[in-house]
Design a protein around this ligand. Structure first.
Ligand SMILES: CC(C)(COP(=O)(O)OP(=O)(O)OC[C@H]1O[C@@H](n2cnc3c(N)ncnc32)[C@H](O)[C@@H]1OP(=O)(O)O)[C@@H](O)C(=O)NCCC(=O)NCCS
Length: 220
């Protein structure tokens, strides 16, 4: 028997790679190495006005030659550090077959806390069309209805009207303001949280593929 017969596809070795969420307009699936150039191009096209960094790590303000390596390092770090007890799943967002942004969902000790946190970005040309709301709704639906999550949390700079607008539209409640050091700069950060009881559900359902194999990896 040759070794070839012992080989299985990467998705069966690393099952979260097989997870796909589909909404009316979007496909969300884990970013693979082949997707990194499209993610870097989307980021290079612009995510926010200059001087208006909305992220705890000000990665979009890096010089162009560092942006790509830094994004790749972050994707690999999230994959490399992924365990059932502590995971961050970076989902790429495709709209009409084009990569337009990223929606991440993560959890620590999910089996005990049943809590996920999320973060996201869209390239500027894709913003303001309800897509940010659609992709956040997709991961919250997945967390509550498929993983058995009981709380979804998020945070945003207090001035980030778009991010807080998504949260408000989906029924998140304000959960305190905290001072954080973002890249050495003090930022007032608004925490928000939603539960299955307060969640303002969209009028569509999310199509989920690859859940069973992924769930064990997610500590669910
Ligand atoms: C945050 C982000 C993902 C939101 O996505 P989006 O597609 O622009 O937002 P949507 O069009 O889905 O808007 C969702 C809701 O927020 C409201 N909203 C959006 N932008 C807003 C703004 N600038 N001011 C006030 N409300 C706003 C919308 O009216 C909508 O509410 P409604 O459904 O009640 O009408 C996107 O703007 C983005 O990538 N921003 C830059 C990166 C960033 O800030 N990431 C988040 C870091 S915490």
């Amino acid at each position: 028997m040759g070794y070839a017969s012992l080989m299985t596809p990467l998705t069966s070795l690393w099952p979260v790679l097989g997870l796909t969420l589909t909404t009316p307009r979007l496909v969300l699936r884990p970013i693979t190495d082949d997707d990194i150039p499209a993610a870097v191009a989307a980021a290079r096209s612009g995510i926010h006005p200059q001087g208006r960094n909305p992220f705890s790590m000000p990665w979009t303000e890096l010089p162009d030659e560092e942006l790509g390596p830094n994004m790749a390092r972050w994707y690999w770090r999230c994959r490399g550090g992924f365990t059932a007890e502590d995971w961050t799943l970076l989902l790429g967002i495709w709209h009409d077959g084009e990569f337009i942004g990223c929606q991440d969902i993560g959890a620590k000790d999910f089996a005990t806390l049943k809590t996920v946190s999320t973060g996201s970005w869209l390239r500027q040309s894709a913003q303001g069309q309800g897509l940010g709301k659609e992709m956040r709704a997709a991961v919250v639906l997945y967390a509550f209805d498929w993983l058995g999550g009981e709380v979804a949390e998020s945070e945003a700079a207090v001035w980030n009207a778009a991010s807080l607008g998504v949260s408000r539209a989906l029924g998140y409640e304000l959960n305190g303001v905290a001072r954080k050091s973002w890249g050495g700069v003090m930022k007032e950060v608004q925490n928000v949280r939603v539960t299955p009881e307060t969640f303002r559900r969209p009028d569509w359902t999310v199509k989920v593929e690859g859940h069973e194999a992924a769930a064990k990896f997610l500590g669910a």
